[in-house]
Every structure is written in structure tokens, then in C-alpha cells.
Design a protein around this ligand. Structure first.
Ligand SMILES: [Zn+2]
Length: 105
């Protein structure tokens, strides 16, 4: 249930470009700024996650006996690592770039 005050809540300005956008909280970014930040973070996040899954494969190459069943597992884990690390790296990089940006301006 919405409180009766909800409609009276002021639109909050984006922390970056100061455009007033309904539905964001104080200190949040508007969808535009979030998208820009994500686009900047993505290439690096992709490289980091590729490296991480490469390390998984490398580790498996030397330490796991090479059976067909193990190969499937290694592939599954490597792909899982790629997506997990990519998600985390994107979030961390976005937060980092945002702080870096606001420190400089
Ligand atoms: Zn913005």
C-alpha cells in the first residue's frame, strides 16, 4: 500500500547529471547515467572475467585428471565463472568509476 505522502514525494535529482527522475532514491543515478557507466565498465569487466575463466581452465588442465566427464565439468565451471565474475566486476567497476568521477569533478 502506498502511503498518502508518496504522491507528494519530490522527484529526486540524479547524483550525476542532476536531472530529476521519478522513482530513484537520493544518491542514485538516472537510467541514462547508469547506462553510460555500464557501457564504460563493460569492456574491462569482460576482460577480467575472461582471464578468470582462463585461470579456471588452466588450473583444471594441470590439476584435474583428463576424463570426458571432467572435461564437461571444467567447461561448465569455466562458463559459470565467466558470467559470475563478469557480473561482479561490472558492479564493482561501476561503483569505482562513479566514485572516481565524482572525486574529480
Ligand atoms: Zn543522470
Amino acid at each position: 500500500m502506498r502511503s498518502p505522502l508518496a504522491s507528494a514525494e519530490p522527484e529526486v535529482p540524479c547524483a550525476e547529471c542532476l536531472t530529476r527522475v521519478p522513482g530513484i532514491k537520493w544518491g542514485d543515478l538516472c537510467p541514462d547515467c547508469r547506462g553510460r557507466l555500464r557501457a564504460r565498465a563493460n569492456p574491462l569487466a569482460r576482460r577480467i572475467s575472461l582471464l578468470a575463466s582462463l585461470l579456471v581452465v588452466l588450473y583444471a588442465w594441470f590439476d584435474v585428471p583428463f576424463t570426458p566427464k571432467n572435461r564437461i565439468w571444467v567447461a561448465v565451471i569455466a562458463v559459470g565463472t565467466y558470467f559470475l565474475v563478469r557480473k561482479m566486476a561490472t558492479q564493482i567497476l561501476m561503483e569505482y568509476m562513479r566514485r572516481d568521477q565524482s572525486r574529480r569533478s
